[in-house]
Design a protein around this ligand. Structure first.
Ligand code: HEC
Length: 116
């Protein structure tokens, strides 16, 4: 490889890793909601990703950065079933990620009985 080609390759490599570090590709929360149901994420993580004791932790809203999210879904850390790219594309994952980001934690201050 000539030096100029090597420099070009390096430039590309760093450009793409910058793009990666910038975060999630743009996703549609509406499409993500549908895919969340279709892919069966809810069977362990409950509707809206609120979590179910014994089957899956809360993921709505997710606390993970995009890279960590993708890593967990593709190569789960423990008991979760893996979802390879042949089953869920990166775009579908980006949609689910956008959807989970729209979810809100319950606010105990909204419970009137407790605010007296
Ligand atoms: C069979 C049950 C099951 C299904 C189906 C499932 N998960 Fe999970 N998930 C888990 C469990 C259990 C964990 C805890 C870590 C582990 O076991 O890998 C987890 C962890 C996670 C985490 C990391 C949570 C955190 O904050 O550390 C994310 C994100 C996640 N799942 C997303 C998804 C998505 C998106 C789907 C659907 C595409 C999905 N999961 C489907 C069981 C499941």
């Amino acid at each position: 490889m000539s030096i100029s080609k090597a420099i070009l390759a390096l430039a590309f490599a760093s450009a793409s890793s910058f793009a990666f570090a910038e975060g999630a590709p743009t996703g549609s929360a509406d499409a993500g909601k549908a895919t969340f149901q279709k892919a069966g994420c809810w069977t362990c993580h409950n509707y809206g990703g609120t979590g179910s004791a014994g089957t899956g932790p809360r993921i709505g809203p997710t606390v993970l950065e995009w890279e960590g999210f993708v890593h967990q879904v593709r190569e789960p850390s423990n008991q979760m079933v893996p979802f390879p790219a042949t089953i869920l594309s990166d775009q579908q994952l980006a949609d689910i990620y956008a959807y989970l980001k729209t979810q809100k934690r319950e606010d105990p201050k909204q419970i009137q009985l407790l605010s007296r």
